[in-house]
Write a protein that binds this ligand. Structure first.
Ligand code: AMP
Length: 211
């Protein structure tokens, strides 16, 4: 079992690259943001509990997200491995993840130094609520206006993709998740890529690391 972890600020391209890895290799993408949005939309008991954090751009409590991830990685379709998009985001989540053994782990940091780039990317992002496919109204349009190429559902903007909430999410990323990235860097197995430019250039580098 292989585990690929994608780190990076909101808007650094984790979701887009996770999709590409899932399509090319037999690893399953686990986006904790998607898992959370699905629970919130379903209005499940957990969804109601975590909604407040999610809409404000705050992290949902560690114990809830760790449970969700553990349940997902133990599903039957996880045979070859999985890609984590958006997890772990705190040092306590790292502890939770460490208790799930794998044969190989690849950690990749999608680095974007210029904050304006990520804010711009997020403000022009639209995605499919049904399958999670991500588009960009400037650089990556769907074939048919506002319709997902992959599943035909309608595209929409995420409710937390407003300028105010993005700023909050970036602060949370700096405070909570940079220490996690530093921890992986300290372990000596972090691959750091410049993710400020072309998506396909980043993808070529990731493909070499993953294969
Ligand atoms: P994302 O789709 O990765 O940008 O995540 C969107 C939102 O989901 C975040 O702002 C958090 O509210 C929540 N979220 C996603 N992943 C996590 C996580 N690992 N821990 C806590 N909250 C998370």
């Amino acid at each position: 079992m292989k585990r690929i972890i994608l780190f990076g600020a909101p808007g650094s391209g984790k979701g887009t690259q996770a999709e590409k890895i899932e399509r090319e290799f037999s690893y399953m993408k686990i986006s904790t943001g998607d898992l959370i949005r699905a629970e919130v939309n379903k209005k499940s008991v957990i969804g109601e509990k975590i909604k407040e954090f999610n809409v404000k751009g705050l992290l949902v409590p560690d114990e809830i997200i760790v449970e969700m991830v553990k349940k997902r990685v133990s599903a039957e379709d996880m045979t070859e491995g999985y890609i984590l998009d958006g997890f772990p985001r705190t040092l306590d989540q790292v502890k939770g993840l460490t208790s799930v053994p794998v044969d190989e782990e690849i950690a990749i940091f999608l680095k974007v130094v210029d904050e304006d780039i990520v804010v711009k990317r997020i403000l022009s992002r639209v995605s499919c609520e049904n399958c999670g496919e991500i588009y960009n109204t400037v650089t990556q349009l769907p074939n048919k206006a506002n319709i997902c190429n992959r599943c035909g559902s309608e595209l929409s903007r995420r409710s937390d993709d407003t300028e105010e909430i993005i700023k909050k999410r970036i602060i949370v990323y700096r405070d909570e998740t940079l220490p996690v990235i530093n921890y992986y860097r300290g372990k000596g197995n972090l691959h750091e890529l410049d993710a400020s430019g072309d998506i396909n250039k980043v993808w070529k580098e990731i493909r070499e690391l993953v294969r």
